[in-house]
Write a protein that binds this ligand. Structure first.
Ligand code: FAD
Length: 469
């Protein structure tokens, strides 16, 4: 048996990488994490910290009756079954155990909300990415058999007759019995965006910006290409954004298009909402509200996203900008339009006057009746548009937070070769892999769940392989 420097090398230290490392250590492996930047965490550290899971003890405690099968059926239906069922089954059926494992490490679960397309509240809210990463870093430091190398960007995979057998950082080679790639997405790599995610550039009437880690450089594409790995397509998470820069619209939002018409239940998740918005003329809509609503927005807590229209605390930073004083600033800057009549608003927005008048009249009837007879929006968000001045601000597909295209993997997180067979000794997890997030982003929590679930699977399987080889 050849001597190696480590049993398992994990490349990347976001949630996928640290979950892989901890699970490999729990299985008795000697582990090295290699991180390109000066600190662990990647995009995971920047994240809001929502994680999807079905059938968790936290749901049970909250009286939510859910199951992995509900999750699986909803996920597959949303993706029109254009995604590999066995991979998604693995994802859904491992979600509860993975969230519970994370909580057992010390990560707090503060609430559970519906934050996407789920019928049951399934997004487990943590205090955020910073908290998750620091808890996992603390756990890793307890192991003598763990090392981390920062400022070390892996530029090659090393292979021998058995399979992948190590990595290279500049001119230095470090050997191992298995390698886990957890290098994150490619949002910061314009060339890869043009090649693999062109709709991020074209459907929005302008460039769509990535809000995330500048180290999301898509290195898995380069490393995978060296060894003939298969790339699996999908998309990523675009979200409708306004000057208030929130992925979640406030619950009172009324959206109209160029014809002055509403076109969706404004409370639908952004994964689906972005596709509906993309179909409107110029992929643009306008949020309307009146002075009465504006005057009611006094504190950072007055506007709530749909999922927290009740008592749940507001966690999405952008939503707190919905305040009367901030709106005045935005009017001053020209980012929010203020008009004395709906006709003036329509003219200045260059949208259909008659359509807008009729839409607002009908919407106010829904408000009076307490029932949205057209789009069935949650009555909690029904607020009249009747007191001038009237306001509007544009909503566009401005940003995306993750990419869903990358290395093909098996249910065991083994990386697939172009011939569809797994490459011995190489595993991948999280945003650098493809095939899990699909064509429609399910909702907040889908990507961290991907990193966590397949990170754990990759780490366990890499350690197992190391022990038998
Ligand atoms: C603002 C924001 C909020 C978000 N909120 C949520 C949320 O609430 N829920 C959710 O599900 N998703 C959310 N996402 C998406 C989610 O955070 C990411 O998709 C997820 O964290 C990816 O995890 P990862 O471990 O795969 O990659 P990352 O966390 O990005 O980690 C990859 C690491 O690999 C390193 N690396 C890259 N190349 C190399 C190399 N060659 N050698 C060594 N190291 C390398 C990087 O520096 C990085 O540290 C959010 C994203 C953003 C930007």
């Amino acid at each position: 048996m050849a001597t190696t420097d480590y049993d398992v090398i994990v490349v990347g230290s976001g949630l996928a990488g640290l979950s892989a490392a901890l699970n490999a250590l729990e299985s008795g492996a000697r582990v090295l994490v290699v991180e390109a930047t000066g600190e662990a965490g990647g995009a995971s550290r920047l994240s809001t910290g929502f994680i999807l899971g079905a059938g968790t003890r936290f749901q049970t405690d909250a009286g939510i009756e859910d199951s992995p099968d509900n999750f699986f059926q909803e996920y597959m239906n949303l993706q029109q079954w254009k995604i590999q069922p066995a991979l998604i089954q693995t994802y859904c059926y491992n979600s509860a155990a993975s969230i519970e494992w994370l909580a057992d490490q010390g990560v707090e679960i503060v609430d559970i909300v519906p934050a996407g397309e789920e019928r049951f509240p399934r997004a487990h809210i943590t205090p955020g990415g910073e908290h998750i990463i620091s808890v996992l870093e603390g756990r890793l430091q307890r192991y003598d058999s763990f090392d981390i190398a920062l400022q070390a960007r892996v530029n090659r995979l090393v292979r021998d007759e058995r399979g992948i057998s190590g990595i290279r950082v500049e001119n230095e080679t470090v050997t191992s019995k298995a390698v886990v790639l957890a290098t994150g997405g490619f949002g910061s790599n314009a060339e890869l965006i043009d090649q693999f995610y062109p709709s991020a550039n074209s459907e929005a009437g302008g460039k769509v910006g990535y809000v995330g880690s500048r180290f999301a450089t898509g290195d898995a594409f380069r490393l995978g290409k060296q060894i003939g790995a298969r790339i699996v397509r999908g998309r990523g998470s675009r979200a409708p954004h306004s000057v208030f820069s929130s992925a979640y619209l406030p619950s009172f939002a009324v959206l109209v298009n160029q014809f002055g018409r509403r076109f969706q239940d404004e409370s639908i998740g952004y994964g689906v909402g972005e596709a509906v918005l993309a179909e409107q003329p110029d992929a643009i809509a306008h949020i309307l509200f009146d002075d009465c609503l504006k005057q009611s927005l006094r504190t950072t807590n007055d506007a709530k996203p749909y999922f927290s229209a009740g008592a749940t605390p507001v966690l999405e930073p952008g939503i707190t900008l919905w305040r009367s004083a901030v709106i005045d600033d935005f009017v001053e800057r020209g980012d929010v339009l203020k008009a004395q009549s709906l006709e003036e608003l329509a003219v200045r927005l260059n949208i259909d006057k008659t359509g807008l008048r009729g839409t607002v009249k009908r919407y106010n009837q829904h408000v009076k009746a307490g029932f949205d007879a057209d789009f069935l929006k949650d009555p909690a968000g029904l607020r009249a548009i009747s007191q001038p001045p009237f306001y509007s601000t544009a909503v566009r597909l401005k940003n995306f937070g993750c990419t869903g295209i990358g290395l093909g993997i098996t249910n065991e997180a083994q990386v697939l070769h172009e011939d569809n067979l797994p490459l011995t000794g190489l595993f991948a997890a999280g945003e650098c892999s493809g095939g899990v997030l699909g064509e429609i982003y399910y909702g907040s929590g889908a990507s961290l769940a991907n990193a966590l679930i397949f990170g754990r699977i990759a780490g366990t399987n890499a350690a197992r392989l190391a022990q038998v080889s």
